[in-house]
Design a protein around this ligand. Structure first.
Ligand code: SIN
Length: 303
């Protein structure tokens, strides 16, 4: 059987397939559909320094080949995560990576510092790319200066693996990737959602309460692939690719574009066992093309 393992900084992943933040709960929600331990990693829903109720409803809308969300980082805060969620997920035999967000640099630092001692949280994904909040979120991820500042501040207090999740709502995503790499990011993940909008023509109203929201799903895949390819050429740290991955072929395309691992997001809502199908499909592809390791196809795009 081919070797599916990959390394993201200090994290040795048994395979390159991870679940994306906000689409997989904290893991137990999917126990009925798969053996979660088979995944390369789980990215939790965003965790902030304080409780956040999220945005008003409606905050989801279906679109052609995708969906819009404007959840607004709803979660009960880092203290609740540590007391009530961590004990229920720490048994997993896979990497649990917490997606960290906030509205201030101090808030990001507070969450990272509190998560650091948790033995089975092996890394964090710094979310500087949520398009659905008035303060923080994407505001940090659309300026090199801000992205660099929050990465440096968190790097100074967090010694485990630090992944930074990038926004596609920028002119040059490679520039932002290089800025966070220079400040100590160990990996970048991309793309978060694209800012979009839906209108109900009959009611002559926006569909979402927040008017705009983040677009995800197969519709964004070509943009995500292009950005992963650009970033993989620009940085030396491993790139984690995501954006519309729905099957093994999609995932393989991201690996060929230069991603070391992938995250599967919106597709989990359609088929809750899709991550395992993707994992098995990658293995089948490697066997069929006689590769002994998944590493042989990473960045393996022929000119
Ligand atoms: C949200 O909670 O609004 C989505 C999170 C994100 O886009 O990062």
């Amino acid at each position: 059987m081919p070797d599916l393992s990959v390394d993201i900084h200090k994290l040795h992943l048994k395979n390159p397939v991870m679940s994306a933040s906000g689409t997989f709960g904290y893991g137990p929600e999917y126990d009925d559909f798969m053996d979660v331990n088979r995944l390369g990693g789980i990215l939790t829903k965003a965790c902030t320094s304080k409780n956040r109720d999220g945005n008003h409803y409606p905050r989801m809308a279906e679109t052609p080949m995708g969906m819009l969300n404007s959840v607004g980082l709803q979660n009960k805060g880092v203290d609740y995560f540590i007391e009530s969620i961590y004990p229920k997920i720490k048994h997993y035999d896979t990497h649990i990576i917490v997606n960290v967000s906030d509205s201030t640099i101090e808030g990001y630092m507070e969450v990272a510092e509190k998560l650091l001692p948790l033995e089975n949280i092996t890394g964090i994904e710094l979310n500087i790319s949520c398009p659905n909040v008035k303060e923080g979120g994407m505001a940090f991820g659309t300026s090199c200066t801000m992205a660099a500042a929050v990465t440096r501040a968190v790097r100074d207090v967090y010694s485990k693996t630090l992944i930074v999740k990038l926004s596609p709502n920028v002119t040059d995503i490679a520039e932002i990737a290089m800025a966070v790499e220079a400040e100590g990011a160990n990996s970048v993940s991309l793309i978060n959602t694209l800012l979009g909008m839906a209108i109900d023509a009959e009611k002559r109203r926006p569909v979402l309460a927040t008017i705009t929201g983040g677009l995800s799903g197969p519709a964004v895949k070509p943009i995500a692939l292009r950005m992963v390819w650009q970033v993989a050429k620009a940085v030396k740290i491993p790139v984690i690719g995501m954006g519309g991955i729905s099957n093994a072929t999609d995932a393989i395309e991201f690996l060929l574009a230069g991603a070391t691992a992938v995250q599967v997001g919106t597709a989990n809502f359609i088929d809750p066992s899709v991550c395992i199908k993707i994992l098995e499909g990658i293995e089948e592809y490697l066997v069929r093309h006689r590769f002994s390791s998944v590493k042989e196809i990473i960045g393996g795009l022929s000119a």
